[in-house]
Design a protein around this ligand. Sequence first.
Ligand SMILES: *Cc1c(COP(=O)(O)O)cnc(C)c1O
Length: 386
Amino acid sequence: MNEIYMDNHATTPVDPRVFEAMRPYFCERFGNAASGGHSFGRKAQEAVEGARRQTASLIHAKPEEIVFTSGATESNNLAIKGAVEAYKGKKDRLVTVSTEHKSVLDSCKRLALSGVKVTYLPVRRDGILDVGVLRSAITRRTLFLSVMFANNEIGVIQPIAEIGRVAGEKGVLFHCDAAQAVGKVPVDVKAMGIDLLSFTAHKLYGPKGVGALYVRKKDPPIRLIPLLDGGGHERGMRSGTLNVPGIVGLGKACELCQREMKPESARLARLRDELRNGILNKLEDCDVNGSQKSRLPHNLNVSFGGVEAQDMIRELKGIAVSSGSACLSTSPEPSYVLKALGAPEELRRGALRFGLGRFNTGEEVEEVVRRVVRAVKRLRKSKPSA
Ligand SMILES: *Cc1c(COP(=O)(O)O)cnc(C)c1O
């Protein structure tokens, strides 16, 4: 039996075209991008600058506004801790949302230990932040706002352009964790009023261990205190020898996403709807978690009444889906994201996340529908109380 991978929110496979672009930068063009004195270094530097252009283009930024990092966790840490340290003064408050990724929530928690006040905003039952609630949470002392673009569990997309407008009006720095959105849906940092934007290669068919932080350079230029001190790479914001093959991979992955986004997101939305309808038409007592309107095209999150997600995952052997965020797989607790939506305990325990991707086919979707329906029926029958 062929395994089916449908956990593309946890990570994506490297696209073979990305891998081919990276390949020469391991053994042949191995130079240090900071060694401009010889051709080995210059070739690496040119490759990095090419990737910087490709990466910037995807989010409508300028190449000099891209800081390469090790991934979105680092980008989030750098944006939040770096900006708060750089600007802390009369303004010292932070506003974020209860459904953010742990790398945002825990960065905020760390700052709270040193006296920064953090406000965690609730979301509506559909997972979307109410912009009116946000507006009234921002005070004269609010320095920094962090709202994710799209949620990694339920795929809902926040009203980012509207939030950017509020941040602009109120003079608050706006950081956005866009790890799930970049490459999948249009992201335009200028049109959306974003000052800092985090993303990562391994969620968009690039390699693991490389990502980027967009740092606005004008109107106004954003300052950051770096997390790492050293050689002053990346405009002083991220010291350390550049991961040239990884960066080349991120650039190529961004170029492919930009070129193929439109037809690919339409294809994925069609497959996702087939998956949803296939399941909901054949099974009673299922709930889709999160807004169905404002949502990533490749995400489906369903709670199966009377069924435990852990039992489903066991029944669906050979199909890779997950019960929540991969980043929390060490803790068996049901999702804090679904809790923030106000989902009752039973629905939280029965939630499965399906993340479609570039390499999924219509046949795979049909197979997953068949297997899911069979598994739910079997589990419900074996538990007479349900
Ligand atoms: C995956 C993910 C991250 C972390 O990215 P890494 O590159 O794995 O560190 C952060 N935020 C969101 C929303 C994610 O989905």
